[in-house]
Design a protein around this ligand. Structure first.
Ligand code: SDX
Length: 428
């Protein structure tokens, strides 16, 4: 017999079942709240206390700084797995055998050409366009060139759509980058690994061979793993709710890219670098920016700090901070910006304002430093986040569709005008 929660409203008691997850998280199942209480609903701006679904993909514990994909710790996956393996794990639930991984990669490579007409869409954008806006448009445009990927009710059709987007998305990312830099839009090499091919498509110069730097390859593979999923964050929830209307995978992903673009979410990695560069230009005056971050009258926030769920260190930030040190040392890059970041972190971790609010560095605080060392321009940082998050969005969309979840449609509490008669313009 499951435990129950009791709610008393206007003197009447109501009972609701408690749901307990495999990590002993507890939720009150209020799916019958409105019908049993004569239309009473809950209100929770930003859904800080509200679960939107039951999911078996990612578990995180914000108090303990734990993050696991399908039960495997992020620490082990970042150290021992590669990005395509993690993508398979997130989407299908198990680490792949060698045969499964090879077939998955083969099926993806078979879909890694993009319709030539998409180049015309890329060409129509000004070089000044933000890459996230370009990428969201191109991803949605894929639907027009792959209409069979819309009505995907069978697992087989879903698999085909998933291989298409995993094959084509890195091309769109590379084209988005190359367009801004006046480079020819070309393809990579089907003989390369998934992440190697991404690097070659992005950085190959038309007049020379491209040599993979193992340090950069390893760093990018790790960064993509660390960004791959994060339960019901803003952009993933957007993908799930858009997908719940059965609009198809590519259009659902396009909504997630737009949500991730925001500076409070994935756009923070770009905002962190811009903040650190501003501090550097300001003579490294971190005190001034700490004061701004603590001033409630000042809209400035310390970008890369704080998190809706982690009220302890973001485990990804720890791994990325270590990787930043290693990559910069290996590349022989002495980066003033990294020194400023470390000084800022040191000050913030002992400042009462940040300590009281449990504001710690998050995944975005150090990632931009590595991207910069790899030669990726600041306005492409959030695109790299989207590249990493792609398998997570796919996994969450697939879970929602396979669970046949209903269309997402939250309620509201109306606080506007009550009924009033129309006034003719001469009486207003
Ligand atoms: C990501 O959800 C996910 O999982 C996201 C993500 C993922 O992998 O998908 O982890 C990726 O989006 C990481 C977050 C990246 N964003 C930033 O780094 C932007 C800076 N951070 C803040 O905007 C903020 O911390 C949020 C948006 C991340 C979280 O905001 P919350 O949980 O809604 O917290 P809040 O806005 O209610 O703030 C609580 C208090 C407030 O002060 P008081 O009103 O109590 O006085 O903390 C303050 C805030 O002003 N605060 C900050 C701050 N973050 C919160 N003050 C200064 N600098 C900050 N960064």
């Amino acid at each position: 017999m499951s435990e129950k929660a009791t709610l008393e409203i206007h003197g009447k008691k109501y009972e609701f079942p408690l749901i307990v997850g495999t990590e002993n998280e507890v939720a009150i199942d209020i799916s019958n709240l409105r019908s049993t209480t004569d239309s009473v609903i809950t209100l929770d701006p930003g859904y800080k206390n509200t679960g939107s679904c039951e999911s078996a993909i990612t578990f995180l514990d914000g108090e303990k700084g734990i993050l696991r994909y399908r039960g495997y710790s992020i620490e082990e996956l970042a150290e021992k797995a590669d990005f395509l393996e993690v993508a398979f794990l997130l989407i299908f639930g198990e680490l792949p055998t060698k045969v499964q991984l090879d077939k998955f990669h083969t099926d993806i490579k078979a879909q890694s050409v993009v319709d030539e007409d998409i180049r015309k869409i890329v060409d129509a954008f000004p070089k000044s366009a933000h890459p996230m806006g370009v990428l969201a448009s191109l991803t949605s445009a894929l639907t027009a060139f792959n209409p069979s990927s819309v009505n995907v009710d069978s697992e087989e059709d879903m698999y085909k759509a998933i291989c298409k987007i995993l094959g084509k998305f890195p091309v769109l990312v590379a084209w988005t980058f190359r367009k801004k830099h006046g480079l020819p839009l070309d393809y990579g090499d089907k003989n390369l690994g998934y992440v190697e091919n991404i690097l070659k498509m992005m950085f190959k110069q038309p007049n020379e061979d491209y040599k993979i730097n193992p340090i950069i390859l390893n760093a990018l593979d790790k960064l993509l793993i660390l960004h791959a999923d994060h339960e019901q964050n803003c952009s993933t929830s957007t993908v799930r709710i858009a997908g719940s209307s059965h609009v198809g995978l590519f259009a659902s992903l396009s909504t997630g890219i737009s949500a991730l673009w925001g500076p409070l979410h994935g756009g923070a990695n770009q905002a962190v670098l811009e903040m650190l560069e501003a501090i550097n230009l300001d003579g490294g005056d971190t005190d001034k920016y700490m004061a701004k971050a603590k001033d409630r009258e000042d809209p400035f926030r310390l970008m890369g700090f704080g998190h809706r769920v982690y009220k302890n260190f973001d485990p990804r930030a720890k791994i990325i901070k270590k990787a930043a040190d290693e990559v910069l040392n290996d590349l022989g890059v002495a980066d003033k910006i990294l020194e400023i970041a470390k000084a800022l972190e040191k000050e913030a971790l002992k400042d009462p304002y940040f300590v009281e609010r449990k504001l710690y560095p998050n995944v975005d605080f150090y990632s931009g430093i590595i991207y910069r060392a790899m030669g990726i321009p600041t306005d492409m940082f959030t695109v790299m986040f989207a590249l990493g998050r792609l398998p997570g969005w796919i996994a969450q969309w697939r879970e929602m569709r396979l669970n046949k979840e209903p269309i997402g449609r939250p309620r509201q509490i109306y606080i506007g005008e009550t009924l009033r008669p129309f006034k003719t313009v001469d009486k207003r």
